[in-house]
Design a binder for this molecule. Structure first.
Ligand code: HEC
Ligand code: HEC
Length: 336
């Protein structure tokens, strides 16, 4: 009798176990333990041309901020610019969930990406999988970079290989539990060609640029790691940088946002880091975006004008008060 029960419970347990495995396989949740979804890298190589080097420099240094995150910066100087001699040499990333390092992506063979193949780099940049197959934490904006066109990706890789190698080893990123495991759910292979949108259309061009330059990552507030619905680009995201804590502001066309901007003021703000007399905190990477061409900045503004208005007052010039909309504390939080 006892053994029969043991058999039945045994079968039940087995059934239960099979169900869990099926559920995990269906949701892909087993990835949490076995590592990210990663395609096998190919041995394709890219060709470096002067046009690609120029486009790659523009994208990494003026639009996407690769070298802004992956380099030590001078926080005392206006706009916290990259320290030229350390360009691409990696840096600690403050304020993340754990000890996070933006690795050395200069062509140094031992401490940088000098020994990586072109496709290993392509996979890290657009798909979030490092050379050894581990998942990258999405502070590295690879979810946005999925939309990076194949040609722009090629230009970036060509340019990264051309900058001077910086010898600098950094510790490995240590994420807090449970992110350490959950991060494995983030990477997604890119298996189809990615074309650029029609760049002759200002709004399409601006949308592409805004995605690549990650405006959304800082300007859309989050609750428990998810963007808060209805507050896209409406500010209220708290950032911690060596210069202190700062909250992003509302850049939608709402009166509580930047309705009073015109194209000329937008260009001025992005180029100088000042909204007339008000100086922006250097956490807003204006010294990076300010190097974009007039045409690109105008396209970015055309895109910002198409974003739905969201009423959300955020002002960094007055003391913080709790805000029920974005669930943090910030200047004028009590007026929302
Ligand atoms: C907002 C900051 C930020 C930006 C912008 C950024 N990265 Fe990263 N990147 C990181 C961080 C942080 C990591 C490490 C994540 C981790 O350790 O899980 C990383 C990881 C990487 C890696 C993997 C390196 C390794 O050793 O595993 C590569 C390659 C890389 N980034 C290249 C780029 C390129 C190229 C760009 C621009 C197109 C870029 N990154 C833009 C922060 C950034
Ligand atoms: C790393 C985070 C970060 C990113 C990325 C970022 N911003 Fe900001 N931005 C901020 C912060 C923080 C402020 C508020 C600064 C202050 O109040 O001193 C700000 C302020 C601004 C302002 C001034 C609004 C006002 O208060 O008048 C504009 C305009 C702006 N950002 C546009 C953009 C655009 C466009 C992008 C993408 C191309 C972008 N930002 C990307 C952090 C960021």
């Amino acid at each position: 009798m006892a053994s029969r029960w043991r058999k039945i419970t045994g079968f039940m347990l087995l059934g239960f176990f099979v169900l869990i495995v099926i559920a995990m396989a269906a949701t892909g949740f087993w990835r949490v333990f076995v590592g990210p979804q990663a395609r096998t890298v190919t041995n394709r190589t890219i060709e470096s041309t002067p046009a690609r080097l120029e486009r790659g420099k523009y994208l990494t240094e003026s639009v996407m901020g690769c070298l802004y995150c992956h380099s030590e910066r001078d926080w005392q100087a206006a706009g916290a610019p990259v320290i030229e001699a350390k360009k691409g040499g990696g840096a600690m990333f403050s304020g993340g969930p754990g000890e996070i390092y933006a690795p050395n992506i200069s062509p140094d063979k031992e401490t940088g990406i000098g020994n990586w193949s072109d496709d290993e780099l392509a996979r890290a940049i657009r798909e979030g999988v490092s050379r050894d197959g581990h998942a990258l934490f999405p502070i590295m904006p690879y979810p946005n970079y999925r939309q990076l066109s194949d040609e722009d990706l090629t230009a970036i890789i060509a340019y990264l290989r051309s900058i001077p190698p910086v010898r600098n080893s950094l510790p490995k990123t240590k994420l807090i539990f449970p992110l350490k495991y959950l991060v494995n759910l983030m990477p997604q292979p890119v298996t189809a060609p990615v074309a650029a949108p029609d760049l002759s259309m200002p709004v399409a061009r601006g949308t592409y640029l805004a995605t690549l330059s990650s405006c959304n990552d800082c300007h859309t507030p989050q609750h428990r790691g998810q963007p808060i619905p209805g507050l896209t680009l409406a500010g209220g995201f708290k950032l911690t940088e060596p210069s202190g804590e700062i909250i992003s502001t509302n850049i939608t066309p709402d009166p509580s946002g930047i309705s009073y901007y015109d194209e000329a003021l937008f260009l001025e703000v992005m180029r100088t880091g000042q909204v007339k007399a008000r100086k922006l905190n250097p956490t807003m990477p204006w010294s990076l975006y300010g190097k974009m061409s007039d045409e690109d900045l105008k396209a970015l503004f055309a895109y910002l004008r198409t974003v739905p208005s969201a009423s959300h007052r955020v002002d960094n010039t007055v003391p913080p008060t709790p805000c029920k909309l974005c669930k943090t504390s910030h200047g004028f939080g009590d007026r929302n």
